[in-house]
Design a binder for this molecule. Structure first.
Ligand SMILES: [Zn+2]
Length: 666
């Protein structure tokens, strides 16, 4: 029980006698002194819990994986040797059974990047990066899964047939949009260089302090004020109208046939994907006019909610620093890059989405949100809170002095000033707390509590008990109310803590070494090394694992049992290789060589401990429910829960249940 908060509230509980006249006083250790051998009760108790949310392994299937048949994927993987593929990017030397080298995903002086030829996986003990050959190439090249399989297949002479959305008329058009966007980019660049057409734009860029080499680096251009300059230029090059329209570069005329250029009199920013393909454009108006910023509409190549501006240029720095700065505007991103903060990306006028965060997680473990200090900027930051909670990413919010935006600030104060701001920046959670607390206008206690309701609701979802506990303390202090009042308002803050005791460790691919519950780690280790018998495997219950990574991994394993009830290790490793929650844990533990004197005894011990802890958590939850029922005067519920508690106690003492207790049997 790692939590003083929970301990305190439980102490409070046990000061009273539990029950409605049963006359039974109990303590936790009374019920569960060392172990809890009654499987039948354990099984019954499980039914009170809903499945752990968010643990669905399928959710992490790489984008587009379904487009290529498993059969072909397996063929490619069987043909390819990870050591050879990695060897093209990293200088490897033999170290026992494995190969070692300097990690390409973080900066290091002594090699902690390890490749296992026998298991066909890699793992970095420095930064936690890990996976199979596909994961490695996706991280190195930024290509997606189907692209990676296809390219590898080509290299090794395996035909990877196009299927799904990547064939047919859509795919053909998508393939035509790529050179079309490239041609448009070139034309915008030429227009900017043009003595007459580009003059206004050049002046404007100079006034914003954008240097010529930066303009080249970002391939910034301009769209002249004409109605059909781009249309004419592209058709001269042989591009057809319908494709230009499909690329989002034209707008159909309302009362006549034909179309006109979507972007006119604008500074143009080409938006590229990680493979440096131009997928869309953003345009800033020159002079007065609306909208100030205009983006390409979503097209076959361009999805606003999944794309981050400048990620193609920032990727290396982000991966090296494990940190990404997220700003809102094109000019902010360009200005920060120009100032040397090359790990900066921008959202495209949309709020951060879950897809954005998924992308960022592939490269970074820390996110710095840099939004304008105005109300809109604050709202944008707060919207991210729900998405980032439990993402495994550390998120900070940098607030600039009033009246500054990132672009003006960095030009005036320089990158050093920004780094100082970043160092002092609060976490997103603290930023949100501060915001809620300071905007509370009502002076009544109830009013102030209401003002942090939103934050508490999010805290409730957090899987980090220590973080939760600390925040409750801070909020209570700031509001001048007791922690107990906050907890009473949000009983779930404590309830869910009971379910997941003492983890307090971060999840995510960046977790370098496992810090957590040793029996969970050891069981997963033994599972990954093939030491669990079918009978052991049968006893594994994902919900009994408190460490999210262990839980996901066990879930994945149980869904891949062979006919004998054994875990298919290769299938499992492939399935979880790039799982955001458990991929790193899987490769790390697979790579380790731990020694246990008596493997069988150790397995049995770990399973026992897990069962006991689980039963304790279930019991605590029952007590919480009972307390709530008593407090709220739900006599019937309280009677039922009390009976259940009594039954557990008697089961523990080895006595049979009485007839009255049949009320609670499932
Ligand atoms: Zn590394």
């Amino acid at each position: 029980m790692g939590s003083a908060l929970l301990a305190a509230s439980l102490d409070g509980l046990f000061e009273h006698r539990i029950g409605l006249g049963g006359g039974i006083a109990a303590t936790l250790t009374d019920f569960f002194p060392v172990c809890y051998p009654h499987r039948s009760i354990y099984d019954k108790l499980r039914l009170h819990f809903s499945p752990v949310p968010g643990g669905e392994i399928g959710a992490a299937t790489p984008v587009g994986r379904g487009l290529i048949s498993e059969d072909v994927i397996n063929q490619v993987r069987d043909r390819v040797d990870i050591a050879e593929v990695v060897g093209h990017h990293v200088s490897l030397t033999r170290a026992g059974q494995n190969l070692k080298g300097l990690c390409p995903f973080h900066q290091e002086k002594s090699p902690s990047f390890t490749v296992s030829p026998s298991r066909q996986i890699f793992h970095c003990f420095g930064c936690g990066a890990g996976g199979n050959v596909f994961t490695f190439l996706m991280r190195i090249t930024g290509a997606n899964f189907p692209e990676t399989v296809r390219e590898l297949g080509q290299k090794f002479g395996i035909d990877v047939p196009d299927s799904g959305p990547s064939t047919g008329p859509h795919a053909a058009q998508a393939n035509r949009l790529e050179p079309l966007n490239r041609a448009a980019t070139t034309w915008f660049q030429q227009s900017l260089r043009d003595g007459v057409a580009g003059a206004t734009a050049r002046d404007y860029l100079a006034s914003r302090g954008i240097r010529p080499e930066t303009i080249e680096h970002f391939e910034i251009g301009c769209a002249p004020a004409d109605w059909d300059g781009l249309i004419k230029a592209l058709s001269k090059q042989g591009f057809v109208q319908s494709d230009v329209a499909a690329a989002g570069l034209t707008v159909a005329r309302e009362h006549a046939s034909g179309a006109y250029d979507r972007f006119r009199a604008r500074v143009m920013f080409p938006i590229k994907d990680l493979r440096k393909r131009v997928v869309g454009f953003g345009g800033r108006i020159l002079g007065e006019g609306t909208p100030k910023y205009l983006n390409s509409p979503d097209t076959l190549l361009f999805k606003k909610g999944q794309t981050l501006y400048a990620l193609d240029l920032a990727r290396e720095a982000v991966a090296r620093l494990k940190t990404v700065i997220v700003v809102e505007g094109y000019f902010d991103a360009v200005a920060l890059h120009q100032a040397g903060l090359t790990h900066t990306v921008a959202t495209l006028g949309t709020a951060l989405t879950a897809e954005h965060i998924q992308v960022l997680r592939r490269f970074a473990s820390k996110v710095v949100l840099l939004f304008d200090p105005d109300q809109a900027g604050v709202r944008a930051a707060l919207r991210g809170l729900d998405l980032f909670v439990n993402s495994g990413l550390g998120v900070k919010v940098v607030t600039l002095p009033a009246g500054e935006d990132p672009d003006t600030y960095i030009r005036k104060e320089g990158p050093e000033a920004f780094v100082r701001l970043e160092e002092r920046a609060p976490s997103l959670l603290d930023f949100a707390l501060e915001h809620s607390v300071s905007t509370a206008e009502s002076s009544t206690i109830e009013g102030r509590i209401r003002s942090v309701d939103d934050v508490l609701r999010i805290l409730q979802k957090s899987e980090h008990p220590i973080e939760r506990e600390e925040r409750i303390r801070v909020v209570a202090e700031r509001l001048g109310v007791s922690q107990q009042r906050l907890i009473e308002r949000y009983p779930a803050l404590v309830q869910s803590e009971g379910r997941r005791p003492a983890t307090g460790q971060s999840t995510g691919s960046t977790q370098a070494t496992f810090k957590g519950v040793s029996e969970e780690r050891d069981l997963v280790y033994l599972l990954l090394h093939g030491h669990l018998t079918p009978a052991d495997v049968q006893r594994l219950r994902p919900e009994a694992f408190s460490v999210p990574a262990c839980r996901s991994l066990v879930e994945a394993a149980l869904s891949r049992l062979d006919r004998d009830g054994r875990v298919g290790l290769r299938l499992l490793l492939d399935a979880v290789a790039d799982h955001p929650d458990c991929g790193s844990l899987a490769t790390e533990l697979s790579m380790r060589e731990d020694h246990f004197d008596d493997v069988r005894a150790h397995v049995a011990g770990c399973l026992e401990t897990l069962d006991r802890k689980r039963a304790e958590a279930v019991f605590r939850d029952l007590i919480m429910q009972l307390k709530a029922a008593e407090r709220e005067g739900r006599a019937e519920d309280a009677r039922r829960l009390n009976a259940h508690v009594n039954e557990l106690r008697m089961q523990k003492a080895g006595r049979p249940s009485t007839g009255m207790l049949s009320l609670v049997k499932e």
